[in-house]
Structures are given as C-alpha cells and as structure tokens.
Write a protein that binds this ligand. Sequence first.
Ligand SMILES: Cc1ncc(COP(=O)(O)O)c(C=O)c1O
Length: 457
Amino acid sequence: MHEGLASEIARYEERTPRSKQAHTRALQRIPLGVASNYRAYDPYPLFVKEAKGGHLWDLDGNEYIDFALSFGALMAGHSHPAVVRAVESRLRGGTAYGMPHEMEWELADEICERYPVDMVRFGSSGTEATMHAVRLARAATGRDRIIKFEGAYHGLHDAALVSVKPHLEEVGSIEEPTPISGGAGIPAAHIANTIIATFNDLRSVERRFEKHPGQIAAVICEPIMMNVGMCLPLDGFLSKLRELTRKHGALLIFDEVKTGAKLAWGGACEYFNVKPDIVCLAKSIGGGLPLSAFGATRAVMDQISQHKVFHGGTYNTNPISMAAGLATFREVLTREAYQRVGQWNNKLLGAYQRIVERSGLKATVVGAGANGVLLFRDAPLRNYRDWLEVDPELWRHYWFAMVNRGVLPQPYWWDEQWTICVQHTEADIDRHIAIFEEVAPALAQAQKERHPVATAR
Ligand SMILES: Cc1ncc(COP(=O)(O)O)c(C=O)c1O
C-alpha cells in the first residue's frame, strides 16, 4: 500500500472507531458484517447513524455530503419531504394488502407516459425486474439464451450473474468472451445460456447471433454501463443494437435500473432516442423505498395476461412503496429537477476536469444526467476490459481522502459513480469541488510514484 493511502486509512480509523466496533460485532452474526456484499470493504465500512437531504452522519457523528446516495437509489435525496408526506399519509391505512388498489394503475400510467412501454408490472428490487424481463423474453421468443455484455451487472439471479467481474486471465478473446460464473452456486446450464459479448462492439454481438442462430431470446443491456464507473455507448451503438436484435428476432431489454430515473425524465430511451422491447426500472423511482417495475409492449406483456408467464410477489405494490413512487415521479423527478441537477453535474464535471488537468493527474472524468465519475485511466472506457486498467489503490486513496474531509464522493468501489440529488445545494457542489482540489495534488504525486513511466509527461 502506498504511503498516501496508508495515512488516509489511518486517519479514517481515528475518525470512525464506532463503525469499527459495530462492524466487529456484526461479523459474529452476519457474513462479512454487512447485508449486501457490496457494502463490505477494508478496513471496515462506515456505519450510518442517520441521513437527511443530501447529507449523512456516521456513528461517530461525522457529517458527510452524500454523493453515494444508496448506490444511486436516491436522486430524491434522503427523506425527501414529498416522499415522507406521501408515506406518512399511507402508513395508517395498511402497509401491505396483497390485493389490488388504485395507486397501481396511477403509477403504471406515469411510467407509460415517460418510457416507451404499454403495460407495467411491479416488484421491489432491480433483480426482480431484470429476472422477469429475461423470462418474458424467453417466453415471447421460445428461445433460452440471452446475450449479456461482459462486465455488466443486472442483479443477482442466475442468468445475470455471469461475467460480472471476471479476471483478465479467464476472459478469453474480446471477440468471443468466455462466460464466467459470478460466484459459486450458479448451475452450469445457466452459464451456458448466458452468451457474453463486448460492449460497444457490434461485431462481437453479431458473431454471437451467428454462432447461436435462432437461439437468442434477448440482448440485455444497460444503456450506459454503470457498474464499471461509467462506460458510455459509442455514437449509434444502441440504435444499431436495436436493428441487430430485430434482424435476429430477439428482444432488446434495457436495464434502466440506474439510468431510468437519473439520466433524463424519460430515462435512456429518451436520452438516446432508442426504443427497446422491455424496460427495467428500480432504484431512484422509489424515492428511497423498495420499488421496481418492468414494462414492455402490450404484445410482450400479453405473455402474462394470457397466463403463459407467471409473475407474482407478496410485497408487489405495497401501498407504502407505491405512494413513495407516485410522489417521486410527480413531485420530485420533474423536468425542472433534471435541468437543475444536470447543471450542477456539469459544474462538478467541469471542475473535476480542470483540477485533473492542473494537478497533472492521468485520469478521465465522465458523466451524464445526475451521474459522474473520476476514472484513474487516461482515456474513456469503451468496454469492461478497459476498466480493468483502472488503478484501484489510487482510487482508494481518492475515496478515503474525500471521506476524511467530509465528502462521500460516491459509493465505495471503483466501479461506481457519484449521484447528485435534488436536495443537494450549490454549496454542497462547491464544497465537493474544494475538497477534490485539496486532495488532487497528493493523488497526482502518488500516481507518479506508483507508475513513474506511464505518468511521465
Ligand atoms: C444496472 C443494474 N441492474 C440491476 C441491479 C439490481 O438491483 P437491486 O440491487 O435493486 O436488486 C442493479 C443494482 O445495482 C443495477 O445497477
């Protein structure tokens, strides 16, 4: 570990003894001491006391401006007043019915207004949305296989947990990437049915269709890959993918769990002007409550209407999440909100870019909508393999240095990105910029020491 990182971690440990204590205790009852593997990191994760608006406090009372925002699920920010009002007003009217109610139609209608879908079903997590989308596509086409991009994350079900973060030694050729299990317990049959292609490389997709003629039910695609920092689609990639899937009789699934509510009012479909067959939504649509949805054309959703595909869930459309979702769409994620958040994101991205240039850091700043990221690689990403070149130790130095100075710049892990929420203020953005300006010279220095040749100018 380089010296700059070691001293930031030492400072982190000094500032957060209660988190360490809480983690030590949790380890006795909870694997890794956390409820999701993504929350575990060394030396131990920050434990949260409370959060409000764009800010969060840890158990030791340290305050942070929060740009992690629950892995990007909170474009509304914490406890947005409109969401709190909606939830409070429903709380005493029952928290789960397991029966239909009128908010279902209302929210489905909101979703059909924004995204190019005719009908919607609901769930509680992004994993459910992509899982049902894949099943629908299989039923609609009578085919078993799907194409997924190497490095893309679509949740935890068996079809999706393939080649999420494979190691370079095992990935095979870039033209025909080898499918790699995302952990033990995934049957080999599932891995065989998930065919891996390379993002931004249409030839690799075409080759996969040619190798498995008449067998591919769908291509599942996150329009901007947001689990490798941010990897933007090259011009025309998504529209050509649309043509290619049509040509081969396969469906196109947009996993808009992250992009759906944060990229634009109408998500990536609007932003890139591409109409997929199925859209998956989750995270920020619930304003902080567990809510997901998948929508498609009437023809595809008829698989459910005609009792061919089974979809259910005890907590689907519980009135608390639905009230939060309605308030989020109607009062929080307005066109005006996207404009304001977009302006602030541009300000933050521009400032990062200037600071990177001034400090001599070899890094790339990428962003869109409410999201942005600092990638410790000197050119934008085209695919997952480019992301493998990002320097994790330098990123850790960045993250702990920012956190020690009161800015949670993004979720922990160098495959994530920052989110700006509607409750951040311009002062929050300015503070973020000022802190990055303070830490950048040490990062540039550490980078020179770690890679003396690569950073020589
Ligand atoms: C693009 C994408 N799809 C699906 C998921 C899974 O969502 P959830 O964690 O709500 O199951 C995630 C979560 O990070 C995601 O980023």
